[in-house]
Design a protein around this ligand. Structure first.
Ligand SMILES: [Ca+2]
Ligand SMILES: [Ca+2]
Length: 375
């Protein structure tokens, strides 16, 4: 039984706050008036929750910030704003939870009439060890041979951002395999048993609204499942690619803005990538644009892809071997651009980090496979 479902059932029919106070402690209640914030704190755990309407294509959603405590889990719930009769309506958990190890940010897409909703964060008990799911539909993997390449973009590149430099010579010393497409919703659901995606039109769409931690957990579970099934060797493991591995594979030997050339007027981009101008304001099924020269589809566009690394504002410079990113920092790298981006954000060298993007339906991931090494 999914623990989120259990909590949901546990809360259903309990319209007062006393139950939560006794059991978990309601940490916060926020009602959204037209502008102001009403916050009532019911326990010693004071957890600020900021919110504001956020303009999206097609309307507004509510953007909520919760500063959680490390190691604790929260569910963010929403209910219609009470209109003065004192009758509590059922609270409903927002999709995508539970949230862990704040700070976190979530978006409520379901409610454009944001003035009429109220929100609260409820602390949850620690999760049980997750149950393993089922073997997902297989991903075709392409082995990438070790090699050396120049990471980043030259200062002369059109639309370049400063965090794409300094140009860095990178040597990758070990082979790794990369999925030919982003992880689909069918694959994610088989392993994780829920579908957090924003665009649920088709199970061949890439999964979205996946936090970095969940993408890592997917890789861990997939490794266990495929080892049991004998599909990978006992010393092989799935993981997220490092940022350098991602760019090396995306470049596929090129040093231009896109794997097929500079394309300054973006005449060809639509053949290779789903981006703002051709996506129809949505993700699109994987494998429906042309691959790069190494046979990888959708590296640019459709959904941003998580990398293993934390984000740092500049590249290392010099000559580095098997870089894994900085040790410190809270944000992780996403790469490749998405269905909602301008062409400049779909260049090979363009770098992004997680902020609210993880909850607007344009961040997914792609799996890598390699032999486990001693750190
Ligand atoms: Ca992509
Ligand atoms: Ca950028």
């Amino acid at each position: 039984m999914d623990r989120k479902l259990q909590h949901h059932q546990g809360n259903s029919g309990l319209y007062g706050l006393g139950f939560h106070l006794r059991l978990w402690g309601v940490v916060l209640l926020v009602s959204c008036g037209s502008i102001g914030v009403r916050a009532a704190v019911f326990s010693n755990d004071v957890i600020p929750l900021r919110f504001e309407p956020f303009r999206m294509p097609g309307g507004y959603c509510m953007m909520l910030w919760l500063r959680g405590h490390p190691g604790q889990y929260y569910q963010i719930e929403s209910a219609p704003l009470q209109m003065g009769r004192g009758i509590w309506r059922p609270w409903e958990a927002l999709e995508g939870g539970p949230w862990q190890n704040g700070p976190v940010l979530c978006l409520d897409f379901g409610q454009y009439r944001v003035h009429r909703r109220q929100y609260r964060a409820v602390r949850l008990p620690p999760p049980e060890e997750p149950v393993l799911g089922n073997l997902p539909p297989a991903t075709e993997m392409i082995w990438i041979e070790p090699g050396t390449f120049v990471m980043g973009s030259p200062e002369t590149e059109k639309d370049r951002d400063p965090d794409e430099g300094p140009l860095t010579l990178v040597t990758l010393t070990k082979p790794y395999a990369l999925g030919v497409h982003e992880v689909t919703q069918a694959q994610y659901v088989a392993v994780m048993e829920h579908n957090p995606s924003r665009h649920k039109f088709n199970r061949l769409f890439p999964v979205t609204n996946v936090r970095w931690e969940a993408a890592v957990e997917y890789c861990r579970r997939l490794t266990v499942l495929e080892r049991i099934a004998g599909l990978i060797k006992p010393n092989q493991a799935y993981r997220l690619p490092t940022e350098a591995e991602w760019e090396y594979a995306c470049r596929a030997g090129s040093s231009t803005r896109f794997p097929y050339g500079d394309d300054e007027d973006h005449l060809l981009l639509g053949a290779f990538a789903w981006y703002g101008a051709n996506s129809g304001v949505s993700t699109q099924p994987v494998l429906t644009r042309l691959p790069n020269p190494w046979g990888l589809h959708g590296m640019l566009g459709n959904v941003h892809e998580w990398c293993a690394d934390r984000y740092q504002g500049l590249l290392d410079g010099g000559h580095v071997f098997d870089p894994k990113g900085p040790r410190g920092g809270t944000q992780h790298v996403i790469r490749g651009g998405s269905w909602m981006e301008e062409p400049r954000n779909c260049r090979i060298a363009d770098r992004h980090r997680d902020w609210f993007k993880v909850y607007v339906g344009n961040v997914g991931f792609r799996i890598a496979l390699s032999e486990e090494t001693e750190e």
